[in-house]
Design a protein around this ligand. Structure first.
Ligand SMILES: Nc1ncnc2c1ncn2[C@@H]1O[C@H](COP(=O)(O)OP(=O)(O)O)[C@@H](O)[C@H]1O
Ligand SMILES: [Mg+2]
Length: 262
């Protein structure tokens, strides 16, 4: 049996020592373990001592208001911004200084909060571009089928120019593009931003299904706590570049108010 997921990842108070990473119920190690991450821009450090982990099939909510360090954390994990310090282990390998190219090849994917599609290409061509590095045609076809199953609108609008789709549909295209590369870790930066609640629900349901069906591990960055709590397994709350709380979904949902945390 694995140890308790929450207890396993809590750093010993004040010692700077990180406990051994938690295991899940199957005894499997987390897919991603981040220990004492320090990150920032140029010489300016904005992320301090961040510990987090996520297992295959698990969704970790990374909550916190604007400027709390959520995006910087995943940019450092992906390797867009080289970490100032700490350790990042992905699939059992130390990738702290691996860089984004290598991390993407190893199975990390990130979807930035700004909508990102190639506006004057069709929906299907956008999706296929997401799998451009995959030489396996059968797998590309299977992934396209999976994306169409999750978002039938992308099949219905296959030949439409992506730039003429609604905001929510374009968000589905960019999620679909990321999924075409068969990632194992998906880092979603505020996918609900600017979208109507019904669209957010549809996208979140697809993300939950991917975690359950495909074993995808997800870091879900959100300010929209209410929506996020519908699909996360656990969450951490960040403030001023630090993790100030780690709770299960049920613990978080049981709070009368979470606004005081922000
Ligand atoms: N490109 C950048 N250069 C310098 N500082 C930045 C840059 N991007 C973000 N920051 C600063 O880093 C801090 C954390 O920002 P960010 O990680 O984007 O937070 P969040 O994603 O939670 O909104 C903020 O103070 C922000 O102003
Ligand atoms: Mg951000």
């Amino acid at each position: 049996m694995g140890r308790d997921v929450d207890a396993g990842s809590t750093p010993a108070e004040g010692t700077g020592v990180v406990a051994a990473p938690a295991t899940n119920g199957d005894g499997a190690a987390p897919l991603l373990v981040v220990e004492q991450l320090q990150a920032g821009y140029g010489r300016k450090q904005v992320v301090f001592d961040v510990d987090l982990h996520v297992h295959a099939g698990e969704i970790l909510g990374v909550l916190g208001h604007n400027g709390s360090g959520k995006s910087t954390t995943i940019r450092a994990i992906l390797g867009i911004n080289r970490p100032f310090g700490g350790r990042i282990v992905f699939d059992g390998r130390d990738v702290t200084n691996a860089g984004a190219r290598q991390n993407v090849r190893a199975g990390m994917a990130m979807i930035p909060s700004e909508r990102f599609v190639f506006a004057d290409m069709t929906v299907t061509d956008n999706l296929l571009l997401g799998a451009a590095n995959d030489p396996d045609g059968d797998r590309r076809a299977r992934r396209l089928e999976l994306v169409h199953e999750l978002f039938p609108i992308l099949r219905d609008r296959a030949g439409q120019l992506a730039g003429t789709m609604s905001g929510g549909q374009q968000r589905m295209v960019s999620l679909g593009m990321a999924l075409m590369a068969s990632p194992r870790l998906l880092m979603l930066d505020e996918p609900s931003l600017g979208l109507a609640p019904a669209v957010v629900q549809q996208i979140f349901a697809a993300v939950r299904e991917l975690a359950d069906r495909e074993g995808l591990a997800v870091l879900l960055l959100e300010q929209n706590v209410g929506q996020a709590l519908r699909i996360v397994d656990r969450c951490i709350v960040m403030r001023s570049g630090r993790v100030i709380l780690e709770e299960t979904r049920d613990q978080m949902a049981a709070r009368e108010s979470y606004w005081d945390l922000f």
